[in-house]
Design a protein around this ligand. Structure first.
Ligand code: SF4
Ligand code: SF4
Length: 350
């Protein structure tokens, strides 16, 4: 394991150097919140943040993305033929992504990059990206990532893990992509590996101990889908939901989308937009029939997908990385930790 030492005084210089080879994205303050966006010239990632409202999901899976375009102008030879736009997939790097958000991208990958189908937009963006993580020294009260196979110092899905050690960052180099980024940034001073890893381990252990939430999904796999689907608790759990969709938009593992076609003058475009299973229109059929027309059905779908269907289908744990965003931002305090524990402990009465 190679560890690089980055003096914080040389941080901005290195980031600027990396711009010669990479388009950069990172967390930035937007009034009172932190979101991920492209770091234009002169912008640097916010490295002191606790948690961001939106994750870096949009770097690979934009909120709105033009996926096809064409012309209705019949004087053009290929009129009425929709083609993929010429999107720039040159190397990009996401700085300061939290470990649970990097793991979330690995879970989303299971859907977009399969043996049967590779989503070209998602896969091209993913392959162009280097993920530079920032370990969480002080987890928020909403963080339960240690209970979802991730943790504040998790490495899955990262090319580099940066650890803030006050005067300097220690950078664990996890992949060749990570090594290439560090070279391009001029960050090449090797740290003394053994003591550095000891320092990182001590910070990791402190951060992990600070997470006190309790969530248990260990028994969900043994229950049948029907048993949980027909359980009597869904009406109570869904009662206060106002279908705002916040939980799904802030979630780094939610991948639902809608396709919209637009025509302006003689230009036609097909867009892919984030959508939410919490909205009744999401499943509305052209016939007017809606298989999930009731709120309880939609709330049940969200939790069954995250905590049961995904678990059964992929055998990679639940579709949640414990970031706590949906808990923090739900206006009526619906809490996935409580729902998970309720599902886990449910025993059908014969
Ligand atoms: S379900 Fe909630 S806690 Fe889990 S990853 Fe999504 S937003 Fe985070
Ligand atoms: S954030 Fe809360 S109220 Fe809004 S859709 Fe999700 S569960 Fe319902």
């Amino acid at each position: 394991m190679k560890v690089i030492k980055i003096d914080k005084n040389s941080w901005t210089k290195g980031i600027d150097k990396s711009r010669e080879a990479y388009k950069l994205f990172g967390p930035v303050k937007d009034k009172t919140i932190v979101i991920f966006k492209e770091l234009e010239q002169g912008m640097f990632p916010e490295m002191e943040y606790t948690d961001s409202v939106l994750s870096a999901k949009s770097v690979i899976f934009p909120q709105t993305e033009k996926i096809l375009g064409g012309s209705l102008d019949e004087s053009i030879e290929d009129h009425h033929i929709l083609k993929r736009p010429d999107t720039n997939y040159s190397p990009r790097a996401v700085l300061g992504i939290r470990p649970y958000d990097a793991k979330a991208i690995q879970l989303v990958k299971l859907n977009f990059d399969t043996e049967d189908y590779r989503d070209p937009y998602w896969c091209d963006a993913y392959e162009a990206t280097t993920f530079i993580g920032l370990a969480i020294n002080e987890p928020s009260a909403f963080d339960f990532s240690t209970l979802t196979d991730t943790g504040p110092f998790g490495e899955e899905g990262l090319d580099i893990l940066l650890v803030d050690c006050k005067e300097e960052y220690l950078a664990k180099v996890l992949t060749d992509k990570g090594e290439t980024f560090l070279k391009a940034s001029g960050f090449e001073e090797s740290a003394n590996t053994k003591p550095s890893l000891k320092t990182i381990k001590a910070l990791q252990s402190k951060a992990e101990k600070a997470i006190t939430s309790k969530i248990d999904s260990s028994k969900i796999k043994d229950k049948t889908i029907l048993e949980l689907y027909e359980a009597p608790f869904w009406d109570d759990l869904a009662f206060s939901c106002i279908n705002c969709g916040t939980c799904t938009y802030v979630c780094p593992t939610c991948w639902c989308f809608d396709i919209q076609d637009e025509t302006r003058g003689k230009t036609c475009s097909r867009f892919r937009n984030w959508d939410t299973c919490m909205d009744p229109l999401f499943t509305m059929h052209g016939s007017g029939h809606n298989p999930r027309g009731e709120k309880t059905q939609r709330v049940r779908q969200r939790f069954m997908h995250k905590l049961k269907y995904f678990l059964d289908k992929y055998d990679k744990g639940i579709m949640c990385v414990g970031c706590g965003r949906c808990v923090k931002h739900c206006p009526v305090n619906i809490d996935i930790r409580e729902v998970c524990n309720t599902m886990n402990s449910y025993e059908k009465q014969e």
